[in-house]
Design a protein around this ligand. Structure first.
Ligand code: AMP
Ligand code: ZN
Length: 485
């Protein structure tokens, strides 16, 4: 199956057949969070999307080394082109040390990954533990003539680099356009050229974290950590480099420049960019103030929703969009996802109860193949979900004696559905078990309520219904009896 996997490469703008550098092994680096605050649901979407990629590569049988960094130091270029130490800023505000900020939010991030069922990466290196490696790449860049030292800081020389390499190869930005922008270069700015970016910043007296370097005390620029850490753990050339779409420029463009400038080539064969989680059409972001925290959504404490949604439902909602498309977070979308999720869970639990016949009334092998085809086409989760719902309709028909399934086909369908739903989409299997385990308890409660109603004890009957409703369980009375969901 694996030779059929096709991935969209942001670098070439084409879908390409995936061929790892080393047979059966994949090296993947994804830019992780900057832990100056709690990750919002938008950040989580990107990490969930790469978790999906990781899970499918594992499903195909690859041995994957998945490296995702933690940014716990460094100057990040903001939209105004200024170099800002966001972690130091947060630390000063809270009157604590930088690493206290980082550790607080890393604990949160670990908890969120557990709740949203993300597999842990193979290695999670941090910038502060790799200062020496960053210094070494910077030294190489200076030696190769692509970086210059000025007043204790080091900058990447974009114009010099452009004489030999193509700055803008990933983002499509043209150096001439950047040239235009030099007019806005601040007179006091020590950079030679507007697009030059910091590799090392000379320490300021108020800096929270300072390291020794050949250029004096200071701290690293933001982009250099990813070059140092990705190549340290995956080699100078690896298979996949990923991150959110908004990292394409300048972060990933600058990573490519750093690698070409120091090692002579682009570090990754495939560059993957995950698209944004939006709210009312606008990117969810701390700076716009339109963000929701992953915990708020599952606790039902946001202004946007008046109820809590299971983390599985939120994850399932995110799978309704391809990773390269935007998706809008809304109450309607989550409610629709909740319905779909419940239908899917009910069908997967029916799979262990279906009666089999001699033959199947549909081509089950073809149905299973459609799951692979969807994911092999650039990890197309929404198509996978649609194909899983084809299976759901079929399962329901078999259950209603409107279709048949053979025992071999049932075994295969159950194995593959469980694998795609739980292992690939990352839905937590325990919720499914939860429905199974709750069934006898619910039967008992429904019987007790029926008895209360027989005795015209409406107060008890209502009390039971309200208590269940508060726990997210709805009961429905009809001619056929009482059902719950
Ligand atoms: P940061 O901690 O700001 O470096 O962001 C961590 C990751 O989240 C990066 O890959 C960003 O591209 C990504 N990201 C930020 N905002 C969003 C959003 N609204 N939707 C999806 N990904 C996002
Ligand atoms: Zn990065």
């Amino acid at each position: 199956m694996s030779q059929n996997l096709v991935i969209y490469n942001s670098l070439t703008g084409n879908k390409e057949i995936f061929k790892p550098i080393h047979e059966n092994r994949v090296g993947m680096y994804v830019c992780g969070p900057t832990l100056y605050s709690e990750p919002h649901m938008g950040n989580m979407r990107t990490f969930i999307n790469f978790d999906l990629v990781y899970r499918y590569l594992l499903k195909l049988g690859y041995q994957v080394k998945y490296v995702r960094n933690i940014t716990d130091a460094g100057h990040i270029t903001n939209s105004a082109g200024e170099d800002v130490d966001s972690i130091g800023k947060a630390a000063k505000l809270a009157q604590v040390q930088s690493l206290e900020i980082v550790y607080t939010f890393n604990r949160k991030f670990i908890e969120l990954q557990r709740i949203y069922n993300l597999l842990p990466p193979s290695i999670e290196p941090t910038a502060t533990q790799h200062i020496q490696e960053q210094i070494e790449v910077i030294e190489q860049l200076i030696e190769n003539g692509f970086a210059y030292v000025i007043n204790g800081s080091v900058y990447f020389d974009v114009r010099k680099y452009s004489e030999k390499f193509n700055y803008g190869i990933l983002s499509g930005r043209k150096i001439e356009e950047l040239e235009e922008a030099t007019r806005t270069l601040n007179a006091q700015d020590e950079k030679r050229f507007f697009a030059d970016f910091a590799l090392w910043k000379k320490a300021n007296p108020e800096d929270m974290q300072i390291w020794r370097s050949p250029w004096g005390d200071g701290n690293p620029g933001w982009h250099i950590e990813c070059t140092a850490m990705s190549t340290k753990y995956l080699g100078n050339k690896f298979d996949i480099h990923g991150g959110g779409m908004d990292l394409k420029f300048p972060h990933h463009e600058d990573e490519i420049a750093q690698s070409c400038g120091s090692f002579g080539h682009n570090p990754a064969n495939i560059w993957m960019h995950a698209n944004m989680l939006n709210v009312n059409g606008q990117k969810m972001s701390k700076s716009f103030g339109n963000y929701f925290l992953p915990l708020e959504i599952i606790e039902g404490t946001t202004d946007l929703f008046d109820k809590a949604y299971d983390a599985n439902v939120v994850r399932f909602f995110l799978m309704q969009a391809h990773y390269r498309s935007t998706i809008d977070l809304s109450k309607d979308a989550l409610t629709a996802a909740e319905k779909g999720y419940t239908r899917l869970m009910e069908a997967t639990s029916l799979l262990s109860k279906l009666k089999t016949q001699d033959t199947s009334s549909i081509n089950v092998a073809q149905l299973i193949q459609s799951f692979y085809n969807a994911m092999n086409d650039d990890f197309n989760a929404p198509i996978l979900v649609a194909n899983l719902f084809e299976a759901v309709s079929y399962i329901n028909k078999v259950n209603d004696n409107l279709a048949t399934i053979s025992s071999d086909d049932l075994k295969r369908l159950k194995a593959e559905m469980d694998s795609f739903v739980f292992d690939v989409l990352g839905i937590k299997a325990s919720s499914n078990n939860c429905i199974d385990r709750l069934s006898p308890v619910m039967e008992l409660i429904i019987n007790l309520r029926a008895k209360a109603r027989e005795n015209k004890d409406w107060a008890t009957s209502d009390q039971i219904r309200d208590a269940l409703s508060n726990a997210g369980i709805t009961i429905k009375d009809s001619k056929e009896g009482t059902s719950w969901s």
